[in-house]
Design a binder for this molecule. Structure first.
Ligand SMILES: [Zn+2]
Length: 168
C-alpha cells in the first residue's frame, strides 16, 4: 500500500465524515473489523471460528496500533494472494466506485441519519409488573431488557421486576 492510497482514502473520508467522526478511532477500527468479517464470510469462514478467535485475542496482551496495522496489511495481501486477486487493483476499483457522486451522496445521507438517531435521547417507559402503579422513564442503555420485555430493574416501591411499558 503506497502513501498515495492513504492520502486518497483520507480525501474521501473528509468528503463524507465530520472531523469528529474521522477522529473516532474505535469507530474507524470497528468499520475495518466489519469489512474483514465480510471478507471472511465471503471466503467461507465459519461464524463460530470468529467468535472463538475474538475470545482468544482478547485474552492476550494488547498490542500497539502501528504494528497491528502492518499485520493487517500483511494478512490482507496474503488472502489476496491465496485468492489470486490483485489487491491494489481491487483497491483502485473500490476507490473509483466510492468517489462517484451518487455514492458520496448516499454515504453522506446515511451518516446524517446516523447522527440524528444518536442525537435523539433513547428512553423507555418502565412499569411495575406487580401493578403497584409505579412507572418511570429511563435511558434504554441503563437497563437490560429481555425479548419478552422484562428488565433487570426492580420497582422502587415494591421491589417487583419492572416491565417495559413503551417507548419514551
Ligand atoms: Zn411496584
Amino acid at each position: 500500500m503506497s502513501s498515495y492510497s492513504q492520502v486518497a482514502v483520507a480525501e474521501w473520508l473528509r468528503r463524507v465524515f465530520t472531523p469528529a467522526e474521522l477522529a473516532n478511532v474505535p469507530e474507524r477500527a470497528l468499520r475495518a473489523v466489519e469489512e474483514v468479517i465480510e471478507l471472511a464470510q465471503a471466503c467461507g469462514v465459519d461464524r463460530q471460528a470468529i467468535y472463538r478467535l475474538v475470545d482468544y485475542v482478547y485474552e492476550r496482551p494488547v498490542g500497539q496500533p502501528g504494528p497491528e496495522i502492518a499485520g493487517s496489511f500483511v494478512t490482507l495481501y496474503a488472502v489476496a494472494e491465496a485468492l489470486r486477486l490483485h489487491a491494489d487493483r481491487e483497491f483502485e476499483q473500490e476507490l473509483e466506485r466510492i468517489n462517484q457522486p451518487e455514492v458520496i451522496t448516499r454515504v453522506r445521507r446515511r451518516q446524517a441519519e446516523k447522527r440524528e438517531v444518536t442525537a435523539r435521547p433513547v428512553q423507555v417507559r418502565l412499569g411495575c409488573s406487580d401493578v403497584c402503579g409505579f412507572a418511570l422513564l429511563v435511558d434504554r442503555a441503563s437497563v437490560d431488557i429481555t425479548t419478552t420485555g422484562s428488565t433487570n430493574r426492580r420497582c422502587d416501591r415494591c421491589g417487583a421486576i419492572m416491565l417495559v411499558w413503551g417507548d419514551g
